[in-house]
Design a protein around this ligand. Structure first.
Ligand code: GLY
Ligand code: GLY
Length: 371
């Protein structure tokens, strides 16, 4: 990997260690550069644990391995929380990755609990997963769910069962049908009314018909990862189309505006976390294309993933240890005025995961450790 990426990766790992030494619990997002920390992992606790696992893999430092394991076990308090679809985010880079790095039986109940919680949110009439079991959120699913579906597949794989795998594929098909548009962009939200009539909308984007960049990034990564598990070619083809749209709608400096509608609009903030997620998703796609013998396509997506990482390294990497995370310029939720120009666990985790994919591009054993 090029020197600029090696240096960024090294700085990121130093920051993880610094944050681990100075913060209790789970860092979620920053406010004015200070991490907001919680004790139950919210929806981003898995990313913090994922960073601790990456740190352990790089250094072999037993303290970091123990920190990742201990934080994973703290997520036991979420095993009966079936009020959110975020089960793959919570239990993926924590328990699944933990189980692959050091196969211990005590990771397994967390993985299966995550899958069970997702199943509780499955709505058969629309073959979708409801995003949140909360007042005011009935009949709402979001495209981000595609990232959480592998927990269903993995849980069944470990148990030798197929029921959750079937639901996983039904939901993927529905997301493809209802959330994706012919031009390769996506709706953030898919809603249904009391008669199960389905329509697109948004939650964190500018408008129903615009394209929220982080949702687009989740979608491209999510479909690529689903292909990795299922080997269904249509998922990879879908990921390619979504990625193409994402890449074609970057700002001139190769960072994404927080919503595509504001491309190259200087008054509007970028969302560096969408860049992190998309970069890692593109490198995942590159690996999968390589495995299919499509070396031209592989090179193309490595190049594009690197362009995103280069822009982030130049414009968003925050060097000081004691404020912000690894990556700044994340937009958490523009419509609600929350977290603009800040850091977020997903911006940091996927930036580091993307660099990990680059570093181990020819080491399939390392890449398979990732959720
Ligand atoms: N839906 C979670 C997020 O990306 O903000
Ligand atoms: N390719 C499936 C896995 O990572 O286990």
């Amino acid at each position: 990997m090029e020197e600029k990426f090696t240096a960024a990766y090294k700085r990121g790992l130093q920051k993880v260690e610094y944050m681990w030494e100075h913060l209790e619990g789970f860092p979620h997002i920053t406010r004015n550069g200070e991490w907001l920390v919680n004790q139950n992992g919210h929806w981003t606790g898995g990313f913090w644990i994922g960073l601790l696992w990456l740190s352990y893999l790089e250094s072999g430092d037993a303290r970091m391995g123990e920190a990742a394991r201990e934080r994973t076990m703290r997520l036991r308090c979420r095993m009966t929380d079936n009020t959110t679809h975020d089960q793959g985010f919570i239990f993926g880079p924590s328990s699944v990755m933990g189980y692959r790095i050091c196969p211990q039986a005590d990771f397994l109940p967390l993985i299966h609990a995550g899958a069970r919680n997702m199943m509780d949110l499955y709505v058969d009439q629309v073959e979708l997963i409801q995003a949140w079991r909360e007042e005011g959120y009935r009949g709402i699913s979001i495209v981000d769910t595609i990232m959480n579906l592998p927990i269903l597949w993995i849980s069944d794989e470990l148990k030798g069962e197929t029921g959750q795998k079937e639901i996983c594929q039904r939901v993927a098909r529905s997301i493809m049908q209802y959330a994706l548009r012919p031009d390769g962009s996506s709706y953030h939200v898919v809603k249904w009314d009391e008669n199960f009539r389905i329509y697109g909308d948004t939650h964190q984007g500018y408008s129903a018909e615009s394209c929220w960049t982080r949702g687009q990034a989740w979608a491209l990564y999510g479909f690529a990862n689903l292909y990795r598990y299922t080997e269904k070619k249509e998922y990879l083809e879908t990921a390619l189309k979504l990625a193409e749209y994402f890449y074609e709608h970057l700002n001139k400096d190769k960072l994404p505006a927080w919503d595509v509608i504001f491309r190259d609009c200087e008054e509007m903030p970028v969302d560096a976390s969408a860049a992190s997620i998309a970069a890692s998703g593109m490198l995942l796609m590159a690996d999968l294309l390589g495995q299919r013998g499509e070396s031209g396509q592989r090179e193309r997506w490595i190049r594009r993933g690197k362009e995103l990482l280069e822009a982030e390294t130049e414009l968003c990497l925050y060097q000081e240890l004691d404020r912000y995370g690894i990556i700044r310029q994340v937009t958490v939720d523009y419509p609600r005025g929350s977290g603009i120009g800040e850091s977020a666990m997903y911006g940091d985790y996927y930036f580091m995961e993307a660099l990990f994919r680059l570093k181990y591009a020819d080491n399939e054993k390392m890449l398979q450790l990732l959720y």
